[in-house]
Design a protein around this ligand. Sequence first.
Ligand code: NAP
Length: 317
Amino acid sequence: MWLYLATPVGLYYLLHWYRERQVVSNLQDKHVFITGCDSGFGNLLARQLDRRGMRVLAACLTEKGAAELRNKTSDRLKTVILDVTKTESVVAATQWVKECIGNRGLWGLVNNAGISIPSGLNEWMNKEDFAKILDVNLLGMIDVTLNMMPLVRKARGRVVNVSSVLGRLSLFGGGYCISKYGVEAFSDSLRRELSYFGVKVAIIEPSFFQTAISRSDRHLSHSRILWDRSSSEAKEIYDEKFLLSYLTGLKLLDKMCNTDLSLVTNCMEHALTSRHPRTRYSVGWDAKLFYIPVSYLPTFLADRILFWTSTKPEKAL
Ligand SMILES: NC(=O)c1ccc[n+]([C@@H]2O[C@H](COP(=O)([O-])OP(=O)(O)OC[C@H]3O[C@@H](n4cnc5c(N)ncnc54)[C@H](OP(=O)(O)O)[C@@H]3O)[C@@H](O)[C@H]2O)c1
């Protein structure tokens, strides 16, 4: 009886494993453009793909970041300065990519650049705070994609968009989670549209990893600035005592963060090099065992679970 059950399950996993290991050919001729390569996932992915022999076109926000990356990589890797919030910068980077690739087309576009500050309680923010994050994480990604799309279509290549588990479960206020929900929606429509042309779109959904974006000291000081600046009504509800326990919770962020960034970049690499990339890569055991399962729960149940773990304003209870 158990054998009858185990055989098809075993066969399924064997086939799945075999399928996942199929790699596209001529990797050394393929160009991949990555945004946000100064640090974190983008920086590591650029070095990883360079070691693998691919032709990496790395976009950095600063000249310093670009020079440091060039020092650590082969002559194959080229850098360009790109601010994804500025259309003229995106257009210039697209022109540069065209010159680098000739008439081959762009195999991979990795939309990785992102920011996470300001984040906090919605009531501490103003419209500009939301706009600042959306401008980089969502509108910047859309602008880069629209400009690069003809080049990716020509190569029947790949688009890899970096979202987050916070694009599946909105854990805090401000623009960050909204931007990542937007990334999910944009990627879904893009995947369907581009499937006619053989272009594959993958979404990366990491949980919490130790990079510049998740550093608790930066979030602590910005949360205090947001609180100081908030209205007297907001300060009355979210008083000093609330702020202190909120900041104590934030200090845990560093401990929660996974230090192995290669878990994320290996998924990005798979999305770019596998013949059968996945649609979504959730990265981190906490993503797989907690955040993604909770996102599928009925809303009232997910809300209860998140209520237990959140910092609560005493005055409202
Ligand atoms: N770390 C995590 O826990 C985590 C989890 C889920 C998703 N993510 C996502 O992963 C992506 C990469 O983040 P990371 O964790 O690797 O953090 P990171 O080290 O801060 O990398 C973000 C990169 O984006 C660049 N950047 C910022 N604003 C930009 C702009 N306007 N134009 C172009 N580039 C810009 C940054 O440049 P500078 O270094 O010069 O500022 C940096 O190189 C982001 O989309 C983030 O939302 C991160």
